[in-house]
Design a protein around this ligand. Structure first.
Ligand SMILES: [Zn+2]
Length: 331
C-alpha cells in the first residue's frame, strides 16, 4: 500500500481545491500521474479528509492516507462511530437557498396522476401510479409535441434543476438543465443505508417498487458529488446488462469503493437487459424474490478495509411500505 500523508499532498500541491464534505482535490503525486503539470486542470486526486480515503480519477489508484491507518478495530464503538460518520455524509434533500433553481423541474407540466395517458403508459411499464406520484413524476409535452413522462432531477442540495423527459409515443428522450450534477431519485434514496444505482429512471422505479431505494444517473456517469455521500453505505450498481452497463459498473464501483461505499454489482436477471425489462417480463414478485435471494458479489473489494461487516444477503429486509412513507430502508 502506498504510504501517503496529508502533509505529503500539501507539499506536492500546496493549493488544493476545497469541496464540501471534507473533500480536497490535489494534483496526483502517484507514479502514474507524476509527469502531469501541477495546475488546476490536473487536480484529479480526490481525498476525503474526514476518512483519509483517496482516489485518483486519472490513474485510478485508491487507498487511505497513512494517518488514517488503523491496526485493529475497537469493537465496542463501531456502531456509534459508524452512525456518527453516516451523519457527516448524509445527503441533504432540502433546497439550497443560495442557489435559485434554473429550471423548476418539479413544476413543469402537471402531476402524472392528472394524465390518463401517462398513468396508462407507466402501467404498461409495470409502475403503479402511487409510486410515480411519490417519486415526483410529471406529465408534459416535448418540444415536438409528443406527450411525455417527465422525471425531475435533483442536484446535491436537493434542488430540482434538471429534468428528463421520455416520450410516451416513441423512443424520444430529452434532458434539460445541468444533468451532469443531477440525478433522479426514488423516495428515500437520498438517505437510505442501502441504495441502488441505475441508468434509466424507469429502472430506478422498478427497483423501488421491490423496496430498494434507487438513484438513476440518466446515463452511465455518476455526478462527482455522489462519492461524498456514500461512506459506509451499501451501493448496489444496477446498471444495464450490456457492455456500457458493465463498464459503468466497474468505473462507478471503483470510485465509490475508494470513498468508503460497500459496493456490489446488482446485475439484472438472465435474459433481461435492464431492471424494467425484468419487472415487465418476470413480474414484480419475481424481481422482489430475486433481490431477496440474490447473492450480490463484490465488484471491487478494497484491500485491507476493516470497518464494514461482510454483506449478508439474508439480512436484506425489503420494505415497500417504508419506501412509500419515505423512510430509509435498513439492512
Ligand atoms: Zn493519479
Amino acid at each position: 500500500m502506498t504510504e501517503l500523508t496529508l502533509a505529503d499532498l500539501d507539499t506536492y500541491d500546496p493549493r488544493p481545491q476545497i469541496h464540501g464534505g471534507g473533500e480536497r482535490r490535489y494534483s496526483c503525486p502517484l507514479p502514474g500521474c507524476r509527469d502531469k503539470p501541477r495546475d488546476r486542470a490536473h487536480q484529479c486526486f480526490c481525498v476525503n479528509t474526514n476518512t483519509g480515503l483517496y482516489h485518483c480519477q486519472r490513474c485510478r489508484e485508491s487507498g487511505r492516507l497513512r494517518e488514517f491507518w488503523t491496526k485493529t478495530q475497537p469493537a465496542p464503538s463501531t456502531a456509534a462511530r459508524r452512525a456518527h460518520l453516516r451523519r457527516q455524509f448524509d445527503m441533504k434533500p432540502e433546497r439550497d437557498p443560495d442557489t435559485p433553481p434554473i429550471l423548476h423541474a418539479d413544476r413543469i407540466g402537471v402531476p402524472v396522476a392528472d394524465s390518463e395517458t401517462a398513468v396508462a403508459y407507466l402501467k404498461r411499464r409495470g409502475i403503479p401510479e402511487h409510486l410515480a406520484t411519490e417519486a415526483g413524476l410529471r406529465f408534459t409535452h416535448m418540444r415536438e409535441g409528443q406527450p411525455a413522462v417527465l422525471f425531475p432531477m435533483r442536484n446535491e442540495n436537493g434542488s430540482y434543476i434538471a429534468a428528463h423527459a421520455r416520450s410516451i409515443v416513441d423512443d424520444r428522450k430529452k434532458t434539460r438543465g445541468p444533468k451532469k450534477v443531477c440525478v433522479f431519485a426514488t423516495p428515500a434514496a437520498f438517505n437510505a443505508h442501502v441504495l441502488a444505482v441505475t441508468e434509466a429512471p424507469i429502472d430506478a422505479l422498478s427497483l423501488a417498487l421491490a423496496g430498494l431505494p434507487t438513484i438513476a444517473l440518466i446515463g452511465t456517469i455518476a455526478p462527482p458529488w455522489l462519492r461524498r455521500h456514500v461512506f459506509s453505505r451499501r451501493v448496489l450498481i444496477a446498471t444495464d446488462a450490456d457492455d456500457a452497463g458493465e463498464a459503468a459498473a466497474l468505473t462507478i464501483g471503483k470510485e465509490l469503493t475508494a470513498f468508503g461505499a460497500q459496493v456490489h454489482r446488482l446485475r439484472p436477471p438472465d435474459e433481461c437487459k435492464d431492471w424494467n425489462d425484468a419487472l415487465v417480463t418476470l413480474g414484480y414478485l419475481a424481481v422482489r424474490s430475486f433481490l431477496e435471494s440474490h447473492d450480490v458479489e463484490f465488484i471491487h473489494p478494497m484491500a485491507g478495509h476493516d470497518i464494514w461487516d461482510e454483506y449478508d444477503p439474508d439480512d436484506y429486509q425489503l420494505s415497500i411500505d417504508r419506501v412509500r412513507r419515505g423512510e430509509s430502508v435498513r439492512l
